[in-house]
Design a protein around this ligand. Structure first.
Ligand SMILES: Nc1nc2[nH]cc(C(=O)O)c2c(=O)[nH]1
Ligand code: SF4
Ligand SMILES: [Mg+2]
Length: 232
């Protein structure tokens, strides 16, 4: 994968990581807070580093830090929870080549595997058994220019597209993108408001007025626990 030279410092946290290992920020079990799997117990594997810098990012702590673990160690820890659902998130999991083998090995073990990805890196090689939950970045994220639209051609009907909306402008952009690409007919579409600045009741009203058949998503974990809590 090639990234613009000016952005390479964003991947510094992965420099020197041995081949065959993963830089893991944290592994924990919680309730899935997003997607159509919301509410189910889920093991989260949060991988270090992201090539994006969304202005409203709620996990900037995952940009760096964490520890190097072998694939065997990560698989063993996940399976050890005895939980049938696992999600790779970050950061951006697909920046680490080894994420592909991790997803395949987890699926081979019988896990239902979810992948949270930013929509700015290719999903082409993701194991077809994985449920991809892919962002399309709205203008208010500051990363809209980096959306990789070709990814739409690699998603399956069972995959999910998430728009995180920071303003009415973002909402209008989202409606236009859904209509232009027929997203609501091809995939599950999730509309989420940036936690804090956008009242979900306002987004609910916009959604109903639009007539679109898409799903409002509340980040369940931010209502159950402190919005800034980590490890949940
Ligand atoms: N409970 C919980 N559910 C989540 N779903 C997606 C998450 C993420 O950070 O990608 C997340 C998270 O951080 N916590
Ligand atoms: S893609 Fe996700 S982890 Fe990366 S900056 Fe945006 S919100 Fe944060
Ligand atoms: Mg998150």
């Amino acid at each position: 994968m090639l990234f613009p030279v000016v952005e390479n410092h964003r991947l510094d946290a992965l420099r020197g990581k041995p081949v065959g290992s993963l830089m893991v920020h944290e592994i924990y079990r919680s309730l899935q807070g997003e997607s159509t799997f919301a509410g189910l117990p889920c093991v989260f594997v949060r991988l270090t580093a992201c090539s994006a810098r969304c202005v409203w990012c709620d996990t900037p702590h995952a940009f760096r830090g964490g520890k190097v673990l072998s694939l065997d160690a990560v698989v063993g820890e996940v399976i050890g929870y005895g939980c049938p659902l696992v999600e790779l998130t970050g950061g951006e999991p697909l920046l680490q080549e080894e994420s592909h083998e991790l997803m395949t090995r987890l699926a081979d073990s019988g896990e239902t595997v979810l992948l949270e990805t930013s929509g700015t890196v290719p999903v082409e090689r993701v194991d077809r058994r994985v449920h991809i939950i892919m962002d399309l970045k709205c203008p208010g994220s500051g990363e809209c220019e980096n959306n990789l639209w070709s990814n739409l051609g690699w998603l399956k009907p069972t995959d999910q597209i998430k728009f995180v909306i920071a303003s009415r402008e973002d909402f209008d952009w989202t409606v236009a993108a859904i209509r232009e690409h027929g997203l609501d007919r091809r995939f599950t579409v999730l509309l989420s408001s940036v936690f804090g600045p956008v009242n979900p009741a306002v987004l609910a009203e916009w959604l109903l007025d639009s007539g679109l058949n898409v799903r409002l998503q509340l980040q369940l974990h931010k209502y159950i626990w402190e919005p800034n809590a980590r490890g949940v």
